[in-house]
Design a protein around this ligand. Structure first.
Ligand code: NAG
Length: 186
């Protein structure tokens, strides 16, 4: 028989193991490049929107507190902003989503946590939920936000602006293209 102490120790070890398994896991379906302001900005980064300062925002992702979250990257400053379901934050290191000759990215109108086909997932959250990339118009900007399908809203929080949770938004989806047809030269 195990003592109560041994059992509680075992429970603790198990809880920690589960914690490790549930920690934010990156999704590798798409191509993301690690970047920061010292690196050249990739030509094929995916445009997502613009912030209230008028800067274009490209699609990125960051890891924060065991969650992988979508991020808004500004090419001119090399900075990133992102939000959890409640907090606004910034990051100096991030990954940028890049398109290529066979894969392109588009925004489709969606609502209410509907699971769009081929939606781009950045990875999982600390609760092991898939996290998707959404965007919506609010506060004079077109913000890239965080979509947890179970919460049925596109969540945006930027700087000192209030937390926004929109039921109608756009979702980022991938679309594969046929490789360019090469004509035979005769
Ligand atoms: C294009 O991107 C897709 C998705 O990230 C990837 O699977 C594929 O290998 C890439 N193709 C090239 C030619 O890099």
């Amino acid at each position: 028989m195990y003592s109560a102490k041994q059992i509680s120790l075992l429970a603790l070890v198990l809880a920690q193991l589960l914690g490790v398994i549930n920690c934010g896991v990156y999704d590798y379906t798409d191509t993301w490049v690690l970047s920061d302001k010292t690196k050249n900005f990739p030509d094929n980064a995916v445009l997502g929107g613009f912030d209230p300062n008028g800067y274009d925002n490209f699609v990125g992702r960051v890891v924060y507190s065991s969650s992988i979250l979508p991020a808004r990257i500004v090419a001119e400053t090399g900075s990133a902003s992102y939000n959890t379901e409640s907090l606004a934050n910034t990051a100096t290191s991030y990954e940028l989503l890049v398109a290529n000759d066979t894969m392109s990215y588009h925004w489709v109108h969606s609502y209410d946590g509907y699971r769009e086909k081929n939606a781009v997932s950045v990875g999982t959250s600390y609760t092991n939920e898939r996290v998707y990339v959404c965007r919506c118009r609010t506060d004079g900007a077109l913000f890239i936000g965080t979509l947890y399908p179970a919460q049925r809203t596109c969540i945006v929080r930027y700087g000192n602006l209030p937390l926004r949770q929109l039921e109608k938004y756009e979702v980022l989806v991938r679309k594969s293209k046929l490789a360019k047809w090469q004509p035979l030269l005769v």
